[in-house]
Each structure stands twice: as C-alpha cells, then as structure tokens.
Design a protein around this ligand. Structure first.
Ligand code: ATP
Ligand code: MN
Length: 145
C-alpha cells in the first residue's frame, strides 16, 4: 500500500522528523522513497540580478552546495535503513513541483511535515502542506511538529 513514498523536504526541523516515520513504513511495505527538494523560484526572482551579481552568484552556489549536502545525508540515512532512494532537485513553485513529481513517479503516499521553515505558532498547517493535502491524488501522511 505504501510501496513508493514521495518525501518533499525543505530541510526544516519538522520535515526532518518525517524521516523516522518513513523508516518505520518499511514495515508496512515501503520499498522506495523519492526525496524531493524544490528551490522556490519566487525567492530567486525577487533578487536584483542587475546589481551585486557576483555576490548573488556566490550565494546561489553556496545554497546549491548546502542543498546537495542535506540531500546526500538524507539519502545515506534512508539507504542505510534498507530503502531504495532517489533524490530529485527541482526549481519552481513547491506545490506545483510536488504534484508534478507525484504524477511522474507514480507515488503511493506523500509524507511531509505539517510545518516547514516558517513554522508559525498560530498556523494549523503551513501553506505548502495545506495545498498538498487539498490537491494531491494520493494519501498524505502529515507529520506533526
Ligand atoms: P509557509 O511556507 O506557508 O510560511 P511553513 O514553512 O511553516 O509555512 P510549509 O512550507 O507548508 O510550512 O512546509 C510544510 C512541509 O512541506 C515541510 O515540512 C516539507 O515537508 C514540505 N515543503 C515545504 N517547502 C518545501 C520545498 N521548497 N521543497 C520540498 N518540500 C517542501
Ligand atoms: Mn515554507
């Protein structure tokens, strides 16, 4: 039933908490995990590319390195737990990319955090998790903060 998991992560504390649940889902038949990070282009587009270009390129490069490092460590941890792992880096709007990968990879369940990097106390859910719950085709397992 939970053969192929889509695990979208923003590397936040709550998203990280999902990893232990994913490992436990192995007992419920999980074989493969698609780990997805979406670089939100809405942030990048807001940058002023005309001025201070050099430092912006440097920031983007550093960000890329950090993302790769985070993804490698998640991949290692899940592989060690005996799961087949595929990592995907996408650029775009997180919701749209999550739904696109859900289709593309023929996912059975999405596992994500109730909140992410903003983690505002008053919010019942983050905007990405709320929209994923609304729009995804498959069951969504929401890991609470
Ligand atoms: P908001 O973004 O609305 O201010 P938030 O950051 O607290 O609130 P969300 O962004 O909805 O909450 O994050 C909920 C979960 O969605 C995260 O734990 C993570 O699993 C997933 N997620 C959020 N952003 C991304 C992203 N850029 N790429 C992949 N997964 C993401
Ligand atoms: Mn967020």
């Amino acid at each position: 039933m939970f053969e192929k998991i889509l695990y979208p992560t923003d590397f936040s504390e709550v998203a990280r908490k999902s990893i232990s649940f994913i490992k436990q889902l192995k007992g419920a038949g999980t074989k493969e995990v698609i780990v997805l990070h979406v670089t939100d282009v809405r942030n990048i587009d807001a940058w002023d590319w005309q001025t201070a270009t050099e430092s912006l390129i440097k920031i983007k490069k550093e960000l890329g390195k950090k993302i790769t490092k985070e993804m490698n460590s998640i991949e290692a941890e899940l592989s060690k737990a005996g799961l087949k792992v595929k990592v995907r880096f996408e650029e775009g709007v997180p919701l749209r990319e999550i739904l696109r990968v859900e289709e593309e990879e023929d996912i059975s369940v999405i596992v994500l955090g109730s909140h992410g990097r903003s983690n505002i106390a008053e919010m019942l859910l983050g905007s990405v998790s709320e929209k994923v719950i609304r729009k995804a085709k498959n069951p969504v397992l929401v890991v609470k903060r």
